[in-house]
Design a protein around this ligand. Structure first.
Ligand SMILES: Nc1nc2c(c(=O)[nH]1)N[C@H]1C(S)=C(S)[C@@H](COP(=O)(O)O)O[C@H]1N2
Ligand SMILES: [Mo]
Length: 370
């Protein structure tokens, strides 16, 4: 199925570097942004993001799925290949879990220069209540061989990326695949998955950036060698240049975001806040780790003070925080940063990487108090 050089028939955007040559957006980035919506930051109010407000990322097209013909194929290095209907999967042990998902490219357009791709600022996040069955139960039933090293997950969606025609495919090591929180999910917020979120079945890998949670699952295969697919070795790497391999992108980095206070100016979204006591609030998450603290700043990150931490919705979901501020007339840049249970703290400016991944640099919100 892989076909080299297909991309040569498609024009390059900008020059050949893959990096934007202008501060303005290319219309192709706008085209991606209109297909892949983000969560408006006021959506941080809701512990569980309403389904239509959850961010979306789709590399190619939403595939057409005929629910009656659809089967999940489980094969490769297994003793008993499976061919499961959705009804059979739903009869398996069920688990419902609130999970915060974030796209690895969140913050990409805040890097200079930015990679030409989905131009996220801060909004590629959401928390949903997902229902499904543990992946490992299905793999155990299939009898994964002891010499299997990885499990490959293939979606039904296909497109051209880099120089390859490909299905969207990602792998997990067997060690990751057997973790109890890794699920095959068929419901989001108590409803069957919507087409754009992976109907009828997707993988959910809590704690990992979103690219690991393969949508529209078609087949699952156990293999002996690390999978070398495009989305493993070309995309989703912390690299310094297009031809640099770099380290793989995996777990979600610690981050806090605030609900922008007051009301926005229509064009700039600078906030207008009335003088007096204000409670700045938001949510923070740290992938597989815990959030151990959140700090707020009203002077652009020169001085920080501790925020009050609240409850998390689940071990893999965000938790609330609040920060009191006595707003006096003037202009301010509000910032927030979180620290995780291993002591990693959000940087004021994240170190640049070519793909624009993992940018958890602190949020800045400009405010006019009057
Ligand atoms: N089959 C398939 N799965 C996919 C993708 C895709 O394009 N195709 N996008 C991935 C990426 S990059 C992210 S961030 C999440 C987004 O999931 P959501 O759209 O349900 O929020 O799905 C992942 N799973
Ligand atoms: Mo993503």
């Amino acid at each position: 199925m892989e076909q080299k050089s297909a991309a040569k028939r498609f024009p390059t955007i900008g020059d050949d570097s893959g990096l934007a040559q202008t501060d303005s957006l290319y219309k192709e980035e706008l085209q991606l942004a209109l297909r892949n919506n983000g969560m408006p930051l006021e959506g941080l109010r809701y512990p569980i993001t309403p389904t239509g407000m959850h961010y979306l990322l789709i590399h190619y097209d939403i595939p057409e799925v005929n629910a009656t013909d659809w089967r999940l194929k489980v094969g490769g290095l297994v003793s008993k290949p499976l061919n499961l209907t959705l009804e059979e999967i739903k009869k398996r042990p069920t688990k419902t879990m609130a999970v915060t998902m974030e796209c690895a490219g969140n913050g990409r357009a805040l890097f200079t220069p930015r990679r030409i791709s989905q131009p996220w600022l801060l909004e590629a996040i959401g928390t949903a209540e997902w229902t499904g069955t543990p992946l490992w139960g299905v793999l155990e039933e299939a009898g994964v061989h002891r010499d299997a090293a990885e499990i490959i997950f293939t979606g039904l969606d296909r497109g051209v990326e880099g120089d390859q025609v490909q299905f969207y495919q990602r792998s997990l090591t067997v060690g990751e695949a057997r973790r109890e929180e890794v699920l095959l999910v068929y419901e989001m917020n108590g409803e069957p998955l919507q087409p754009q979120h992976g109907y009828p079945l997707r993988l959910l890998v809590p704690g990992w950036y979103g690219m690991a949670s393969v949508k529209w699952l078609d087949r699952i295969e156990a293999v002996a060698e690390p999978f070398q697919g495009y989305q493993m070795v070309r995309a989703y790497r912390y690299a310094q240049a297009a031809d640099d391999l770099g380290e793989p992108v995996s777990l979600i980095r610690v981050r806090a975001l605030m609900i922008p206070p007051g009301v926005p100016d229509f064009m700039t979204r600078t906030r207008l806040v009335e003088p007096g006591p204000v409670t700045i609030a938001g949510r923070a998450w740290a992938g597989r780790l815990n959030v151990s603290g959140v700090e707020g700043s009203v002077d652009g990150g020169s001085t920080w003070s501790e925020a009050q931490l609240g409850e998390s919705v689940s071990p893999y979901a965000w938790r609330t925080w609040t920060f009191p501020w006595n707003a006096k007339p003037g202009m301010y840049t509000l910032c927030v940063r979180a620290i995780d249970s291993e002591g990693n703290v959000q940087p004021l400016d994240q170190q640049w990487n070519f793909g624009g991944y993992g940018n958890n640099g602190v949020q800045r919100v400009n405010v006019v108090v009057e």
